[in-house]
Write a protein that binds this ligand. Sequence first.
Ligand SMILES: NC(=O)c1ccc[n+]([C@@H]2O[C@H](COP(=O)([O-])OP(=O)(O)OC[C@H]3O[C@@H](n4cnc5c(N)ncnc54)[C@H](O)[C@@H]3O)[C@@H](O)[C@H]2O)c1
Length: 353
Amino acid sequence: MTNKSSLIVASTNKELEVLLRSLSYGRFFVLCDSNTWRECFPLIASALSDRPCHVHIIPPGEIHKQTETLLGILEELASQGFQKSDLLVNLGGGTVSDIGGLAAALYQRGIPYINLPTTLLAMADAAHGGKTAVDFSGIKNLIGTFWFPQHTIVFPGLLKTLPQRELHAGYVEVLKQALLAGKQAWNKASKLAPEQLIENPEIIYEAARFKLRIVRQDPNDKGLRQVLNLGHTVGHAVEAWSLRHPEGPLLHGEAIALGMLAELRLSVSHAGLDESFAHLATKVFSKFLKPPIPSKADIEDLLQYMRYDKKNRAAAIHFSLLVKPGKALTGVSIGENKLRLALQETLSVIQHQ
Ligand SMILES: NC(=O)c1ccc[n+]([C@@H]2O[C@H](COP(=O)([O-])OP(=O)(O)OC[C@H]3O[C@@H](n4cnc5c(N)ncnc54)[C@H](O)[C@@H]3O)[C@@H](O)[C@H]2O)c1
């Protein structure tokens, strides 16, 4: 399947219903986790009432983004006799769209699917771009492929039941994308609280459109798409570190907020980002920090995680850095001593807030 996926926005239940009814496929295989089945499926049930539909429910959370869950989905598709003329519908956050997208890619060497994201992270980011995966052998997203959805339907009304912590963590990715999109997008997004999003859905649509624009230019993640890694080299290390912390784990967006602080600092020293702008942006991302926060004693652990980061070629640690809103550099290699210093300074600033 090539990258022809479209982004469709629905602002009311009625619009969502009309959209779902207009999809011309045979049967629907709706994949939910137990929370999205309880909270979100009732909102689409009437739109599906006049067509053959099978619902498959998986347990929620990253811990179940595993081959066992994937095999369960494939077994169900087979036992229910699903065909290439049918449609898999991923109703959930990034966990559901990652695993459901992979099941769609594998079953009968590829069947069509759509994403109906239910978390902010998935609406703005994970549900676009065709990256599908499960975790394997203790490594995140080790098994996966590119398989693009036919459509991603963004209906912000589904966020009404999303836990506040998930909403806040998702907003970090919205902010990061706004920074990469440009000054106008950043000014709008940085002034809003995540709770105001349902009344201001344009911010979500803009983040989704931005992600899709980048993906269309670089569907297989060979170059441009790496700008989206801003905040993620340090952020992924913090996320991995938090898994072993008694107060952890952090949600992805919470770890990325800390990553953004460190990488804004590196953007000033290595990409020429204006220092006063970095200071303002740091204040915005700081609102989304959550414990546990690493201490200076954890810096060597963080560096170790970064050495293993998949973006790092030839033993150097690489970054995507911001030059100014709307402009980023990719593949910037930074020596460990400079990185150690930037982490020390970032953690000191957080401690004194
Ligand atoms: N493929 C990509 O490009 C990409 C990009 C970013 C992240 N991801 C992946 O996304 C996953 C994280 O996704 P996520 O942050 O969306 O979390 P998630 O899908 O794990 O959902 C988080 C929690 O919220 C619940 N939930 C979801 N929507 C709800 C709703 N509307 N109401 C009530 N509860 C709801 C879920 O059941 C779950 O418990 C990770 O596995 C990550 O690797 C993929």
